[in-house]
Design a protein. Structure first.
Lengths: 574, 275
């Protein structure tokens, strides 16, 4: 039994007692390995299903295959594991923001299976976001197993996401940057070191099981200054494509929610549309990595019109898949749409200025991918490092930085929140560490309750009240009903001032006559941000807290500020 | 501040019985019921180191138009002020988060299992998860509303059992209902259990509030349960001996709930009791 207890609490081992960061690094490696394995399993399963289903693609009825996959995926999520549709990344960020990274164990496998069904059958989505959800859940549950605190748990959630992205793309830096930039949103050594270790572990697992391959290898590009200038235009086009994809996804999701039919039926309808598009433009089916490879190698033979049409079709297919209830992420579709956008842009340039010697079109495809990823995630570093690592193309770093930065800025200007964060921002749920919203969210009314108030009854005479005032250091006095104990109102010292110098009134005036009944009160469940808003709007420095009609205490700005500082120090210390 | 009991309302005759039980509990300990009328069949409860997804069956969504009225009527009949909880945060669009800062929570024996809606049933995995993770005791109401005329605390000497005893004393003091303590002697003497109580400085409280301390020397635990009054609120600690012992020998909570139909108030390992 002693051994079991010690195993559950390894933080107590002599080696880790030296520095708890060592322990976190140790657990981060475990999380990285587990999430790396999850990513490899998903990758292999997807390839197997896609290949198996490929033998049916030449039949006329093959357009229903994505519909069947999406319906099964939706049924699996809804009926078996009882989770909502979608890719899950906002759920991970929400959990990190509000609940110290607590995630359900079932999330560690649910999205893997559902995305396998959706993407394997031809749905237009990517496996990266589901694997991020899975890795994050693995990290969270390992933290739970070891009884780690909130801060350590959040780091391990980041480790899971980093391990998963590193493994699926064989891209350790991109995994690390994604976890910090998108999931945790806090660049601190306490997070960076374990996440880096998890990225290495995840990548190593992938290399051991699948070999050390670069996903989209290509030839060397000779980039001139004119190409870099041309990138400015590409950044604008990529940003436009990002915004179009974001808005189409939301539009389709909005349309789908208007139907009262079961989600699996809607998912099937969406899948059916994707299947029909796929008959004419097979590039929209599945994750679409093969055509991306062809484009980067410069071997994509279709003309400008087809390329542009394919980009639009991929946007529609992705929106129909994910917006209508299928399961998967937008990373892979972004890569496909981005490369098509880059290619179309290059062909447009060649058409307009045929005499200029532009760099190979593969380079623009690659830059388009970076523009789309950066634009839609509004995470420029993730876009840059991901493309550098998955293409092995460090020689394109300068235009890559230009495209990613401009695309992110333009998208941020039009859509202030990224695709992952839009819903969270709209509902006020994005609480990054050290921000005002986060500090307030981590405090509760109960922590700030001042209970040293003297309550008085409405039938009390002014004389008795003055005696109470003499022994109190407060200016406010809550008034309660004599029989029920219900809160009736407040008396401020200012309320008795008119009678104070007229002793004849002392035995005539009852508190019930002079109390203020129009008092703004606070409910114990109210959010502190809302309470502060009320205080500011009414120029109040303190408010009574009333629970179930009974006075529970006072809440004041002074106490709030005091606790705010303490909480801020906790959140921002290294 | 007044203690609050969280209740998930089911707008069915069975749900009415459970709510009546919660209301009675609140009246006795001067707590206020906080009622949740679900709009979805699942919700999340985020505890300190765990998140539990509660999957309800469809009966919890029965007749939503009358649910609020029915629940309000029942609470007002008991001269309590109805208070309803409306989720403020959602993990996903159909997955609300329910706060966990309550003092008690009422659960049917199994939240998610249809077969155990009537009868003794079994304590479902979700309820067990809540008991393990929550900082509040869980009231597992019997199938039919029944007033309790005594309080029975099962005391086995563990830390959770001590918390259960402290809670029993508190409820007895607040409600004025007599308290009895039951102990199955397991290769230990009465002195051993009395020493535990003495070490916790509970002797005086026991003297004042406990009517009788029953020690079962012989017989199986399940058989001795016949001594427990049918109209007693049974309070016990759960998960006090560790998972290995529970797996090998079975948990007392499971044995108890499958043998008697009394209302159970279960104290989990995260509950910090004070008398």
């Amino acid at each position: 039994m002693g051994i079991l207890k010690s195993w559950r609490h390894p933080a107590g081992w002599a080696i880790f007692r030296l520095d708890d960061r060592l322990f976190l690094i140790f657990v981060a490696a475990i999380v990285g390995i587990c999430s790396g394995i999850a990513a490899v399993v998903l990758n292999r399963s997807l390839v197997a299903i896609f290949e198996w289903i490929g033998q049916f693609r030449h039949y006329w009825w093959s357009f229903v295959l994505p519909a069947i996959g999406a319906a099964l995926s939706s049924l699996f999520l809804e009926k078996i594991v009882k989770e909502g549709a979608g890719h899950g990344v906002p759920e991970v960020i929400y959990s990190v923001s509000r609940y110290g990274g607590l995630l359900r164990l079932r999330s560690s496998f649910s999205r893997l299976i559902s995305s396998c069904l959706t993407i394997g059958s031809g749905g237009s989505a990517g496996p990266e976001a589901p694997v991020v959800m899975s890795g994050a859940s693995i990290g969270s549950n390992i933290a739970k197993f070891f009884s780690l605190n909130d801060r350590q748990r959040v780091t391990l959630v980041g480790c899971g996401a980093a391990g998963a992205i590193s493994s699926i793309f064989n891209a350790p830096i991109a995994g690390m940057v994604f976890a910090i930039e998108v999931i945790i949103g806090e660049w601190k050594a306490i997070n960076i070191v374990p996440i880096a270790i998890a990225s290495v572990a995840g990548t190593e697992v992938s290399r051991m099981l699948q070999g050390n391959r670069i996903a989209f290898s290509h030839r060397q590009f000779n980039i001139d200054l004119i190409d870099i200038f041309a990138c400015l235009g590409l950044a604008v086009v990529a940003a436009a494509a990002s915004i179009l994809l974001t808005r189409t996804l939301r539009f389709m999701s909005g349309i789908s929610s208007r139907f009262s039919s079961p989600l699996w039926l809607r998912a099937a309808a969406g899948g059916c549309v994707v299947g029909i598009i796929g008959i004419f433009l097979p590039i929209v089916l599945g994750e679409g990595y093969h055509p991306v490879k062809t484009m980067i190698e410069g071997n994509f033979s279709q003309g400008l019109a087809i390329v542009a049409l394919a980009a639009l079709a991929k946007i529609v297919a992705t929106s129909m898949t994910l917006g209508w209830g299928g399961s998967g992420g937008i990373f892979a579709p972004c890569l496909v749409i981005g490369s098509l956008t880059g290619l179309a842009y290059h062909r447009g340039l060649v058409l307009l200025w045929p005499s200029v010697s532009w760099v190979n079109e593969g380079c623009f495809a690659l830059l388009g991918m970076a523009g789309l990823v950066s634009g839609i995630l509004q995470a420029p570093l993730t876009g840059i490092f991901l493309i550098v690592e998955i293409t092995g193309g460090y020689n394109v770093i300068l235009p890559l930085i230009v495209v990613s930065s401009i695309s992110t800025s333009l998208c941020h200007y039009v859509e202030p929140a990224s695709f992952y964060l839009k819903d969270l921002v709209e509902h006020g749920q994005l609480l990054r560490p050290g921000t005002d919203a986060r500090v307030l969210a981590d405090l509760s009314v109960f922590e700030l309750l001042e209970k040293d108030c003297i309550t008085v009854k409405q039938n009390m005479l002014l004389r008795d009240f003055i005696n109470i005032v003499k022994n109190s250091h407060r200016n406010y006095f809550p008034v309660e009903d004599e029989k029920t104990g219900y809160f009736l109102g407040m008396i401020h010292l200012d309320d008795i001032r008119p009678y104070l110098f007229n002793s004849g009134m002392y035995d005539v005036v009852f508190l019930g006559q002079i109390m203020n009944t129009e008092v703004e009160v606070v409910n114990p469940d109210d959010e502190l941000s809302e309470i502060l808003r009320k205080m500011d709007a009414n120029h109040l420095f303190s408010m009574p807290v009333v629970s179930n009609n009974k006075f529970a205490g006072m809440i004041s700005k002074a106490t709030l500020l005091d606790q705010y500082r303490k909480e801020l120090m906790v959140q921002t210390c290294d | 501040m007044e203690a609050r009991l969280f209740h998930i309302f089911r707008n069915t005759p069975l749900g009415r019985e459970t709510l009546l039980q919660s209301i009675y509990f609140c009246k006795k300990i001067k707590a206020s019921p906080v009622i949740y009328i679900p709009k979805f069949t699942k919700f999340l409860m985020y505890f300190d180191n765990d998140v539990a997804q509660i999957d309800l069956d469809d009966s919890y969504l029965t007749l939503p138009d009358t649910a609020l009225r029915h629940a309000t009527e029942l609470v007002e009949q008991a001269e309590l002020k109805p208070s309803f909880i409306k989720p403020k945060h959602y993990t996903a669009s159909t997955l609300p988060d329910i706060p966990t800062n309550f003092d008690f929570m009422c659960c049917p024996r199994s939240i998610s299992d249809m077969s155990s809606k009537i009868g003794l049933g079994y304590i479902g995995p979700r309820v067990r998860r809540i008991v393990k993770s929550a900082g509040f005791p869980v009231l597992i109401a019997g199938p039919i509303y029944k007033k309790w005329r005594s309080i029975a605390v099962f005391f086995g000497g563990s830390a959770n059992a001590l918390n259960a005893l402290k809670l029993g004393i508190r409820i007895s003091r607040e409600s004025g209902i007599p308290l009895e303590v039951f102990t199955q002697l397991e290769k230990k003497s009465e002195k051993h259990y009395k020493k535990i109580v003495k070490d916790e400085n509970l002797e005086e409280e026991i003297e004042r509030h406990v009517n009788k301390w029953h020690f079962f020397e012989k017989g199986r635990f399940e058989d001795n349960l016949y001594e427990v009054p049918h109209d007693a609120l049974v309070i016990l600690g759960a998960y006090g001996h560790g998972i290995i012992r529970d797996i090998l020998f079975g948990s007392k909570m499971e044995k108890l709930q499958s043998t008697i139909s009394n209302n159970l108030l279960i104290v989990g390992p995260k509950y910090a009791a004070n008398t």
